[in-house]
Every structure is written in C-alpha cells, then in structure tokens.
Design a protein around this ligand. Structure first.
Ligand SMILES: *Cc1c(COP(=O)(O)O)cnc(C)c1O
Length: 397
C-alpha cells in the first residue's frame, strides 16, 4: 500500500469530503480513523492483506491486449485490466477484504452494511466468512425479490440478512435501517461502506484498499509495453474502481484519465446517474460532493441499466480531480453500453459487467479517433454473469 497525500487531516479533498455528521457520530468516525492509521502501518496487517490478495483473490489480475476489439475499432490499442477474474468476479472484494480485516484487527465482532443489488453484500459476506467475523446485511424487500441469486449466495455464505420493509423497501431505506442498527452498538461493530463515499475516513480507506489495482496495472503495463498508457479509464458509480486505478497514475502528467458515468436513457431525461456531469455541490450521506438533488435537498431518484452505477452522489476525490481538471468525466448511455457488452463478448469471449461496459464503450469511441501508436487501458471492473439473463431478455436473444 502506498500512502497518498490526500485527504487532509479533516478528510477533505479540496472542498469535498469531510464529516457532515452529528457530533456523537464524529467521535465514532474519529476512532475508526485513528485505528486505521495505526493498523494499516503494521506489518502484520499489510502482510495478511497482501497474502489474501495473492492466494485468495488471485492477484495480480492480468492486463490483456484486446486485439480483435482493437482491430474492429481501428486506431488506438485497447488493453483491459482484468478485475473480472478476481474471486467473486469484481473489484469489490479488494476493499471488502480490507474492511473485514480491519474490523478484526480493531477487535470488532461484527461487520454491518446495506446492499442494493446485492453485489456489495455478497463481496462483504465472502470477506467476513473468510476472516471469521459476523456479517449483517440490510436489504430492501423489493430488492430481495429482484436479486434472487445474490440473496441466495449471502445466505449460503452465512451472513445475517435483514429484510427492510419500511418506506420504498429499496436501497435508501436499507441504508437508514443498517445505520440505525450500527448506532445501537458502534463499539463492537464496523460499518463497511461499499465505495469511496460516506464520511471520512471511508473515501480514503476504500481508495487505499483499491490502490492495488492501479499499482499493479502501472507496473504490468510498463513491463508489457515499455512505457505508460496514454489513457486510463474506468466507470464511475461511487467511484472505487476508478479511484483504485487512477491513484497510481496521478503524478504521471502525460497519462490522461477518463471517468465514465452512466447517461442512462439520456442526459435530457431524468433517467441517468451522471453525478459529476450534471450534479451540484452539496452534502449527502455524511460528506460533501457533487450530487443529484431536488430543490429541497432530497436525493433525486437516479437510474442506470447497470445497478452498480445508479447512485446520486460520488466520491469526494473525484469531485476534486474534476475541478482541477486532472480527470475528465464523460458519459455513456444504455444503448452504447449494451453495444459494448455484446461486442466485447463476441469479439473477445469476455462478458463484462454492465457497469464495466460503460468504460469499454467509451474506449471504443475514443480508440477510433486516435492514431495506432496510442494506448488505452480500461479497468474491466467485473464480469457479466450477473447481467447475462437480463441482457438476453432485453435484446430478445
Ligand atoms: C459496484 C460496481 C461498480 C461501481 O462501483 P464503483 O465504486 O464506482 O467502482 C462498478 N463495476 C462493478 C462490476 C461493480 O460491481
């Protein structure tokens, strides 16, 4: 793990981040911050996490040159960082293992979280089973009905699944429910946030645990090509897979970075989740960031064909990187996402997660406009097994 300069001691990345929370919660977050600072410097923690990445997750994940995709597009060569090959099929296991292990080192007896589509829930339940710590996941009743395979997996993995029947019975209420439970016993529990969002120190911790993606990719690309890529890109929901990749290239001024947000059914409709592109600065879920809110400050109902991207806020470091123009943020709509999903499947035999297909779609567009000596490295954040039935139905295959 490399320790990066940001955030500052108050958890700010420029104007973004911080802890917009009640005083009693602040004490809890400060305790997590302090413990994290201590634990992460110990050799025991670093060694145990590194061994799990290698022997359990299967790291390093390879970098793959997508030759047939490149040939079809014409132009820049496209490479994929294969986070889809990780155990459990996506990058989320990287930070879930970090959080579960941190909980153990802090002497906690339980890890708590909410889940929407169930991806975070499954990754966390997996990490907790491995580390040997109790796991409790809150999930809306409507989501439980919709996401059957993930619900089954969480049960098999031995986590306590708490159905949430209040309000909209979806993610928003699951967050409230899980948080109330957490506040009942913050001394013995750790709340495990699923992306680089929430109050400090979570945006920093989750980024640190995901950094392994960027550190590996930078080294692997240099070995393979003898230089750094011209572009790196990743899809952005909360922003963890993108921050993991970008953090290793921040100081490489010649490497251009692009984060890809979901334009859903179009930026001129309400059905998108393009937080950085169309959002305004404000406080939400305990921190300051660009977000999509109505005039009363209530989060807008966002949408993406990829359930992992439909979040009305985004990590504070992305907001900062947008403002200083170190990272460029672009959008891809459902149609181009589906096209990239099918194209990558049929040309390379790699079925991507719909989330990751947003980044692939942007790479396909950009490659065509660039000369052949340029290179693009895309973070393939996860595999598309979870999306296969949905896409087949949707396209009447
Ligand atoms: C959850 C998820 C995402 C979105 O989360 P980030 O924090 O933005 O990375 C992207 N890809 C996959 C495969 C996911 O499961």
């Amino acid at each position: 793990m490399q320790f990066l300069e940001m955030p500052d001691n108050n958890g700010y990345f420029g104007k973004y981040g911080g802890q917009i929370i009640p005083p009693e919660l602040k004490a809890i977050m400060d305790d997590i911050s302090e413990s994290y600072e201590k634990v992460r410097q110990t050799e025991a923690f670093q060694k145990e996490l590194q061994e799990l990445y290698t022997d359990y997750v299967g790291r390093p994940s390879p970098i793959y040159f997508a030759k047939r995709l490149t040939e079809k597009q014409g132009g820049a060569r496209i490479f994929l960082k294969r986070e889809d090959l990780n155990h459990t099929g996506a990058h989320k296991i990287n930070h879930c293992l970090g959080e579960a292990l941190l909980a153990k080192y802090m002497g906690k007896t339980r890890v708590l979280a909410e889940t929407g589509a169930g991806q975070h829930g499954v990754a966390l339940a997996t990490a907790c089973a491995l580390v040997g710590i109790e796991c409790e996941i809150h999930m809306g009743e409507i989501d439980i009905k919709k996401e059957h395979p993930n619900v089954t997996k969480m049960k098999i993995l031995g986590c306590k699944l708490v159905p949430v029947s209040r309000g909209t019975k979806t993610l928003k209420d699951a967050v409230d429910s899980a948080f109330e439970e957490y506040l009942n016993d913050p001394v013995n529990s750790l709340y495990a946030i699923g992306s680089v969002v929430g109050p400090h120190p979570f945006p920093m911790m989750v980024r640190d645990f995901q950094q392994v993606v960027g550190i590996e990719a930078r080294e692997q690309f240099q070995v393979k090509e003898g230089r750094l890529p011209d572009y790196v890109m990743a899809c952005v929901g909360g922003g963890s897979n993108a921050m993991g990749l970008f953090s290793a290239f921040l100081k490489d001024e010649d490497v251009k970075m692009i984060g890809v947000e979901p334009a859903g059914k179009g930026l001129d409709t309400p059905d998108h989740a393009a937080t950085l592109t169309l959002g305004r600065k404000g406080a939400i879920h305990g921190f300051e960031c660009y977000n999509l809110q109505d005039d009363n400050g209530e989060p807008l109902p966002v949408y993406s064909i990829a359930s992992g991207l439909d979040y009305p806020a985004v990590g504070p470091q992305h907001c900062y990187l947008k403002d200083i123009e170190r990272v460029q943020y672009e959008t891809i709509d459902d149609k181009d996402c589906l096209d990239a999903f099918m194209t990558l499947s049929r040309l390379e035999g790699i079925i991507p997660a719909l989330e990751s297909a947003h980044a692939v779609a942007y790479a396909m567009k950009l490659a065509k406009e660039l000369p052949e000596d340029k290179t693009i490295l895309v973070n393939l954040s996860g595999r598309g097994d979870k999306d296969a039935d949905f896409v087949a139905d949707y396209l009447s295959l």
